[in-house]
Design a protein around this ligand. Structure first.
Ligand code: ZN
Length: 348
């Protein structure tokens, strides 16, 4: 096979994205919080779904594990986002790597988390499509892990690394193979604070695509964590684009860390340099003192609507704190605007 193999899904997505701004879902975590689940609920004790995997460690807060222990609840959240207007929903697999699951002793569950995570999202999308006939897509969500390959966590030992490129490549490879096995339509590498972690994820994706015999569309989303407009590993949006453009992603963009207002100049910068589609999904404003997000649907939507009015975006959605109401408001706010025109490749 060649890496340029385009699946029917890729063609369908490209055609839809040519016609209108597509909608990504909102925050899974915020929706899970409202369920008020206990340790027993997380671990699956007493529910109809006994986890096939076992760990001695507490599981409360292991949101990804709910794929196995509370699958109906996870499916319902996906379904609600789809009915609010999402064309693409993300699997609940942000931390479903051996590296991130080590915190919970759930490394053995990684394949099932990803495969079932994709299947559950697909089920929810098919239910929504049966109601309104709109095509919908499952993006396999790949998070940054809780370790960083290009910086030392120890200020006294700047040469130390808690994780290597190959550790990440292997862990991401397992995750992506699980997502593909479960039927993910695309892969979304998101909340990238360290570009080296993302490069390991991209490399792992291409290894998995090679085995699978087809390239899934890739969405790549960085996060600006610094007031000076850089990622944690020190890149501006332009530098970030040049570091990942070799992956020929379906979209590049930004998510998390900032609300829409603060994200705007960084999305504008990316839109000015990237010769691919732009995806933006900000948080519902900045967190308050309790780490909660107060920005209401109308406020987030009016700011994201401005991205669209200025012709900066092709796909929009929400990150932390965004609910189905936010997604519905965002979908309504951008509906009247044409998607950003794909810029021609700029000569280097
Ligand atoms: Zn976020």
């Amino acid at each position: 096979m060649t890496h340029s193999t385009r699946t029917d899904t890729a063609r369908q997505l490209a055609a839809l994205a040519h016609d209108r701004i597509l909608i990504l879902d909102g925050a899974m975590g915020t929706q899970i919080q409202t369920l008020g689940l206990s340790e027993e609920d997380y671990a699956g004790h007493g529910s109809g779904h006994v986890c096939r995997h076992h760990s001695e460690l507490p599981q409360k807060g292991n949101n990804d594990l709910l794929i196995l222990t509370q699958p109906d609840a996870v499916e319902e959240i996906h379904f609600n986002f789809a009915m609010a207007g999402a064309d693409i929903v993300e699997t609940n697999t942000f931390s479903a790597t051996t590296i991130a699951q080590a915190d919970y002793g759930m490394e053995d569950a990684v394949h099932d988390l990803n495969a079932d995570g994709a299947r559950i999202a697909r089920r929810a999308m098919d239910r929504a499509t049966a109601i309104d006939g709109k095509p919908r897509f499952v993006a396999g969500a790949v998070g940054p892990t809780n370790r960083t390959a290009s910086l030392s966590p120890d200020v006294n030992d700047p040469g130390y690394r808690a994780v290597t490129f190959d550790d990440l490549r292997v862990a991401y490879g397992q995750q992506v193979r699980g997502l593909i096995a479960g039927g993910a339509d695309l892969i979304l590498i998101e909340t990238i604070f360290d570009t080296l972690n993302a490069k390991a994820a991209i490399f792992a994706c291409y290894e998995a695509f090679e085995e699978h015999g087809a390239k899934l569309p890739l969405m790549i989303s960085g996060t600006i964590t610094d007031a000076s407009g850089r990622t944690l590993s020190g890149q501006t949006p332009t530098a970030f684009w040049h570091s990942v453009s070799h992956a020929r992603p379906f979209t590049v963009g930004l998510n998390c860390a900032l609300g829409a207002a603060a994200m705007r100049p960084h999305i504008a910068e990316l839109a000015g340099v990237a010769d691919t589609l732009i995806c933006a999904y900000p948080n519902a404003g900045l967190p308050n003192a309790f780490g909660e997000y107060d920005e209401g649907p109308d406020e987030t939507a009016s700011q994201v609507g401005e991205f669209a009015a200025e012709g900066l975006v092709n796909i929009v959605g929400g990150c932390c704190g965004t609910t189905p109401d936010h997604i519905k408001a965002i979908a309504d706010a951008v509906a009247q605007y044409a998607p950003r025109k794909l810029r021609e490749k700029v000569a280097a």
